[in-house]
Design a protein around this ligand. Structure first.
Ligand SMILES: C[S@@+](CC[C@H](N)C(=O)[O-])C[C@H]1O[C@@H](n2cnc3c(N)ncnc32)[C@H](O)[C@@H]1O
Length: 211
């Protein structure tokens, strides 16, 4: 199953505990969820690379139904308020115009990492005309990426010619304990790191387009 697809290996499938720490810490103020809540309509919505359903769960409401595409069995969390399908962004198992809108948060749509053109074609195929398509990723050039010793910001030259507007949300990574902060940053840098700041400045990029 899913052979021939670009499935990006993700540590969270084997380390759910640490992923829960990450997901709660990143954007602790909830600004990204509030943004998505405002721009997404009612109706059936698609979350591509839904992970453990954190985002979909937060957006679900009596007037919205959330559907999650997720290739890794280990990420699926049956306790969340979404219907999962095991699939890849590159081959969405839905008919044309099935969804009122779609989004991906920190999943698959990494143009510097792989060719995402099949995924972009697929999202446009399954979202109804006039429906929003929103991609969320790290913006870069912030305190978070400087701790990781990474350079550069999101590539507007990729997104804007494809009709996406690129916006920035300024938020923070915020940890509730030193141990959580040190464990997660050690995973990111691949070395033991100690005394990581508990609050780290973090810029999020939001690429949005109407179909
Ligand atoms: C960083 S996690 C983000 C999860 C979730 N969107 C969130 O915000 O919490 C990335 C997710 O993308 C999934 N993924 C990897 N390759 C994928 C692909 N080709 N299509 C869709 N999802 C993919 C991973 O299994 C993982 O669950």
């Amino acid at each position: 199953m899913l052979r021939g697809m670009s499935i990006i290996p993700f540590y969270g499938a084997e380390n759910r505990d640490l992923f829960e720490i990450e997901r709660a810490a990143m954007d602790r103020p909830g600004k990204v969820i509030r943004y998505l809540d405002e721009v997404l309509p009612d109706g059936d919505l698609l979350d591509i690379g839904a992970g453990d359903g954190f985002t979909a769960d937060a957006l679900s409401s009596p007037t919205r139904s959330l559907f999650g595409v997720e290739p890794a069995q280990g990420m699926i969390n049956a306790d969340r308020s979404l219907s999962y399908v095991r699939a890849s962004a590159e081959s969405l198992p839905f008919t044309d115009n099935s969804f009122a809108g779609a989004y991906a948060t920190w999943a698959y749509f990494f143009p510097g990492y792989l060719d995402i053109s099949r995924g972009l074609d697929e999202i446009e195929r399954v979202v109804q005309p006039g429906g929003p398509m929103v991609i969320v990723d790290n913006y870069g050039d912030d305190e978070f990426t400087s701790i990781l010793d990474q350079d550069g910001a999101i590539d507007r030259g990729f997104w804007e010619p494809r009709g996406f507007t690129v916006n920035e949300i300024e938020t923070v990574f915020e940890f509730v304990s030193q141990d959580d902060a040190d464990r997660l940053m050690s995973l990111y840098v691949g070395l033991p790191v100690r005394r990581v700041p508990l609050v780290i400045g973090y810029r999020v990029a939001v690429m949005a387009k109407t179909n």
